[in-house]
Design a protein around this ligand. Structure first.
Ligand code: 5AD
Ligand code: SF4
Length: 474
């Protein structure tokens, strides 16, 4: 165990004593709630926060009516920030009714100096604030918040540390995210991530494989390898290794059934990766390949380092090599200087690639990024018009794409009992499409074979044909 991990376990023991005292004071076990904003990386970080909270003696709940509430924040678009401020207002009134309540904030938004200033001046009721680089110190900071008065703020500018082996409280027993790298070096001109998540750092392959083997031993059948740009994984390690090579190793792990990953930057997607995916029995038939814009002129201003033609050629090659793959994407509308002709170029790419799903975002100006200083910010009404046009095409192609498997059999990992109708189970196909079908709750966590009877827009209704995963199915 590394020295830092040991230190944090020491603080967990110490925090446990504080929580025991609180338990006596309250006459019940104190509750905690971790609320996640933003991406899968944040979701994974939240599992680590919850793991520590449980270990020190809190009961983990889903409601913010708890004794310890932590918001793990996102700042990729301004509306994420606004939501945090709104929800903080609600917490303030809860704290009035529960003076023992503690409120903590962490994550990407905290790496912005303007946010910290605002918290210090207008949100004095917050107890603890930390950022993305020192999240591994949560146990230590939690102790400090029991031992010191006033708001504790600890924000680091950057770090090269990767601290392994801290407790994790997984949301699902049968699937899990795994960080394979942290940070981003791409500096797309609109994006704040490189500033708040720091430089790219890859974990050692041995550590990743060890963690996955452990998860499989605990019953996990599907892993999602997480990084801002997984295609550049391993380049800066002492013994460099490619992402495709890492996947080959992960594939060997016995008992592991499915491998997913995200996100892929098109500029770094290698031929080797396509081949590994093609040959693999475990890598899911899904690739998230953010386009951002279909206009070469805008892509250049975004610093994406590919052209429309290069992207199209890549998508075509992937579709040719792996015909049953689903390709999904991210699109930004309203980047500075974007005209309706540029939006048409984006729509042209959507029609040609035929995305299985796409997340469409309105450009959000992020202070400190190069795009924020660009002239020609696009007027609101033009952005709205472009956004609606893009969304319509995205929905049309996605509906067509999803429907192409009607009548076939698919392997479905059952994820939960349907939230609307408890006679149904809900699961995902390898290509990430949702499927609902009648079945007993005991099947949650299992891979079963389902006949895809009826496509209803973006998901299927089906019937289970076997409680096993059959080789002759999607
Ligand atoms: N405005 C709008 N969308 C953005 N994204 C990143 N930065 C911004 C921004 N400033 C989108 C990109 C990225 C996704 C995670 O968020 O499409 O792929
Ligand atoms: Fe942001 Fe670009 Fe890095 Fe993705 S690759 S996190 S969009 S800078």
């Amino acid at each position: 165990m590394c020295q830092e991990t040991e230190r944090q376990y020491y603080y967990m023991d110490r925090a446990r004593q504080h929580v025991q005292a609180l338990t006596q004071q309250l006459g019940r076990i104190p509750t905690c709630c971790v609320t996640t904003f933003g991406c899968q990386m944040n979701a994974r970080d939240s599992e680590k926060l919850a793991g520590i909270l449980r270990r020190v003696g809190y009961e983990v709940t889903e409601t913010e009516d708890a004794d310890f509430v932590i918001f793990n924040t996102c700042t990729v678009r301004d509306n994420a920030n606004q939501r945090v401020y709104g929800r903080l207002g609600e917490l303030k009134s809860r704290k009035k009714h529960n003076p023992a309540m503690k409120i903590a904030l962490c994550g990407c938004m905290m790496q912005e100096p303007a946010v910290i200033e605002k918290l210090r001046s207008s949100y004095r009721f917050v107890d603890l604030v930390f950022g993305t680089h020192n999240i591994f110190k949560f146990a230590e900071l939690l102790c400090r918040s029991f031992e010191e008065q006033g708001m504790i703020v600890d924000i680091w500018e950057d770090t090269d540390q990767i601290v392994e082996d801290l407790p994790v409280e997984r949301k699902y027993p049968f699937k899990s995210g795994i960080n394979i790298m942290f940070g981003c070096n791409n500096f797309c001109s609109y994006c704040i991530v490189p500033y708040v998540r720091g430089r790219e750092r890859s974990r050692e392959p041995m550590e990743i494989l060890r963690e996955i083997r452990q998860l499989v031993a605990e019953g996990v059948v599907e892993v999602m390898l997480l990084g801002q740009n997984v295609n550049s994984y391993g380049k800066n390690l002492e013994n460099p290794i490619s992402f495709a090579q890492l996947l080959r190793e992960v594939e060997q792990i016995e008992g592991l059934e499915r491998i997913r990953f995200m996100t892929s930057h098109p500029k770094d997607l290698s031929e080797e990766l396509i081949q590994v995916m093609k040959e693999s029995k475990k890598i899911c038939r899904h690739l998230h390949l953010p386009l951002q814009s279909g206009s070469t002129r805008i892509l250049e201003r975004m610093n994406r380092r590919y052209t429309k033609e290069q992207y199209l050629a890549l998508a075509e090659k992937i579709r040719r090599e792996i015909p049953d793959i689903a390709i999904t994407t991210d699109i930004i509308v309203g980047f500075p200087g974007e005209t309706m002709e540029d939006v048409e170029e984006t729509i042209d790419v959507i029609r040609r690639v035929k995305y299985d799903n796409a997340f469409t975002f309105i450009y959000s100006k992020r202070t400190g990024t190069p795009a924020a200083a660009m002239e020609n910010q696009v007027p609101q009404d033009q952005v709205k018009e472009g956004f609606d046009r893009v969304l319509k095409v995205v929905q049309d192609t996605a509906r067509e794409q999803v429907a192409r498997y009607q009548g076939q059999r698919a392997q479905v990992l059952v994820e939960e009992v349907n939230t609307q109708d408890e006679r149904l189970l809900t699961g995902r196909m390898s290509n990430n499409t949702l499927v609902h079908f009648p079945g007993p709750p005991e099947l949650v966590g299992r891979i079963v074979t389902v006949l895809l009877e009826e496509c209803q827009g973006f998901y299927y209704m089906g019937h289970m044909v076997s409680e096993k995963s059959l080789a002759k199915s999607l």
